[in-house]
Design a protein around this ligand. Structure first.
Ligand SMILES: [Zn+2]
Length: 262
């Protein structure tokens, strides 16, 4: 029998055992819920090496569709509230698909990922010399963080604006069979954030927190949420073109800069 409580990885208060589930079809893993900040975490994850043998899982059939959709919406968000000349980092950017798409739209995006090989955005690897970073995007990463506070602080040291996606944990913690986002079979999701958890984190770092459908934002800025909702909702009525009109695609200029380096 394992422990019945552990310390919450977000707020350090007591987290209580909520349920046990079978991970990677072989490990019985305890999940702990903190009622103070609404965060659900697994016990110390000893199975990750096995879980990450393939960093992008075989079952990720939505990889291209998701990147296209995200690039479209994030371009509007960035052009509305952030600098169109700024530099951006796609943290844990996988194969580099999103970085390339954003450069194609006209944003100066860079890629980093400790676990996956950059295939699509080669030549645009992030390093400390690339700064300031206007904002970081990072999709489907927070739920993988074993030490979320440490990771978030690392990101905040690069930029105070973080745009990310993760599915919000409902206030009534779903039973194991009730929520697909636990994905017990691949064992990579170990941290689950409710809206309350994200609000707690924002407050801890004196940031504002916003949610827009798939996306969440930690930012030092104040964003007009209604305005962005309007733009995202009516983007097909010519508004998209107006908002993005100052951006110049880097598809060809990137090509030329590589060619001239030879
Ligand atoms: Zn907590």
């Amino acid at each position: 029998m394992g422990e019945v409580t552990m310390q919450c990885n977000i707020c350090q208060n007591i987290s209580n055992k909520k349920f046990t589930a079978r991970v990677l079809n072989k490990y019985d893993v305890d999940y702990f819920y903190c009622s103070t900040c609404g965060f659900l975490q697994t016990e110390k994850p000893y199975w990750l090496e096995e879980a990450y043998r393939e960093s992008i899982t075989l079952s990720d059939t939505g990889i291209l569709e998701r990147n296209l959709l995200f690039a479209k919406d994030i371009a509007l968000l960035l052009a509305t509230f952030f600098s169109i000349q700024g530099k951006y980092l796609d943290f844990a950017g996988g194969y580099g698909i999103f970085t390339r798409l954003m450069r194609d739209i006209g944003f100066d995006f860079y890629w980093s990922d400790s676990y996956t090989k950059n295939l699509i955005a080669r030549g645009f690897e992030y390093s400390d010399s690339i700064h300031p970073i206007e904002a970081i995007t990072t999709f489907e990463t927070f739920e993988h963080f074993v030490q979320p506070i440490q990771e978030i602080e690392k990101l905040l040291s690069i930029s105070k604006n973080i745009i990310f996606s993760t599915q919000l944990l409902p206030d009534n913690v779903p039973k194991p069979e009730q929520w697909w986002y636990y994905v017990f079979e691949h064992g990579q999701h170990v941290s689950f954030y409710s809206k309350r958890t994200l609000e707690y984190i924002a407050q801890k770092y004196s940031l504002n927190f916003y949610s827009f459908g798939h996306f969440h934002v930690f930012t030092a800025k104040r964003l007009n949420k209604a305005y962005l909702k309007f733009i995202l909702g009516y983007q097909h009525y010519g508004i998209r073109k107006i908002i993005l009109k100052k951006l110049v695609s880097k598809t060809f200029s990137d090509f030329e800069s590589f060619r001239s380096k030879k």
